[in-house]
Ligand binder design. Sequence first.
Ligand SMILES: [Zn+2]
Length: 203
Amino acid sequence: MSSLETAIVNARTAADDVQGELGKSEQDVQLVRDRAARNQQRLDAGQGTPKDLQALQHELTSLARRQGDLEDIEIEVMERAESLAAKVTTLQQQHAELAESVDVLQRELDEALRTFDDEATQVASGRADIVAGVGDELVALYEKIRLSSGGLAAAEIKHRQCGGCRLELNNVDLNRIRIAPEDEVVRCEECRRIMIRTGESGL
Ligand SMILES: [Zn+2]
């Protein structure tokens, strides 16, 4: 459970407790009211000795004071109940907002993952097309060299240098490469990588 959910449970429990307190407080006030009403009836009926009636009158006064005190307590408990109810509402709103943010982030994540999947599919299909175009034999050679050359099977010739091993090509090699047909696979005599001829090869 998150700390926010714990806070909601705690606030609800506190609110329930205060509701119980409020019920008890209302009961206390009611008991005093009932007793005062009974005393008042007996006074109004005028039954009993003057001393009894005086005692009843005296008790009515103290009951009124007691009722006032209890009603103060009741108001204080009511205020606490209201502030706790407000706290529960605020926490529940925060919880709803967070849940909404989590939903948004989850949707963004799902969308990003879908995009990655699409891109991965495109890249894979692109490679398959290239493999089909190049032919099995050259692909097999490429894979073989790639395994034996640390992952780099083909490199550009740049300024008469093999882009794989960085060694300068000698004139014999350069001549051989220069006259080789465009679709012939030329390889470095040193590192055996496939060499790619470009405008910057310096041939
Ligand atoms: Zn080389």
